[in-house]
Design a protein around this ligand. Sequence first.
Ligand SMILES: [Zn+2]
Length: 186
Amino acid sequence: MNFISMKCPNCGGALEITAEMERFHCGYCGQEQMVERRGGTVLLKLVDGLAKVQRGTDKTAAELALVRLKQELDTTKQEWEKVDQNLKLRRKSADNVGAVIALLLLIGGMIFSVFVCYILIPTLPSYSIAVCLFISMAFAIAILIYYSIVTSRKQNELRTQAWRPFGEKIKDLEGQIEINKRICES
Ligand SMILES: [Zn+2]
């Protein structure tokens, strides 16, 4: 029979807790108790509401819990990878939109420069086409930089928000894994 040895939280008497025990009366003092299990951690609590608790450990349960927790941790990390990949793709397409806008501005600026310098005001000095082209290029580059700064800030915010629940879950699982590892090694 597989059991773990614990002490009665009420009288300190030696108890043998088997896997199927949920509620029982202490054989020494008669106190009714509840068994709570979380992974390899076993708690004995008095049923009448007194705050006396006895902690114990169950290696077999801890080993089982470790396998399950590690799987859950892997799954959670994989889920985050997927979310992160999606965010990266979205960021790429946002950057592409910025690049297209900048390119259109550049082409538009060039056409406008040629139109102004050669057709609208042909009396302008010869270097003015170069000035106009330079201005439209600078404008396009400024738009490109602005767009990339704004989208990257927005994407970072989105990523931080998306990470929060995953981070909390991963931290909780890692904590539980640590506890159960210690139980297995004890
Ligand atoms: Zn007892």
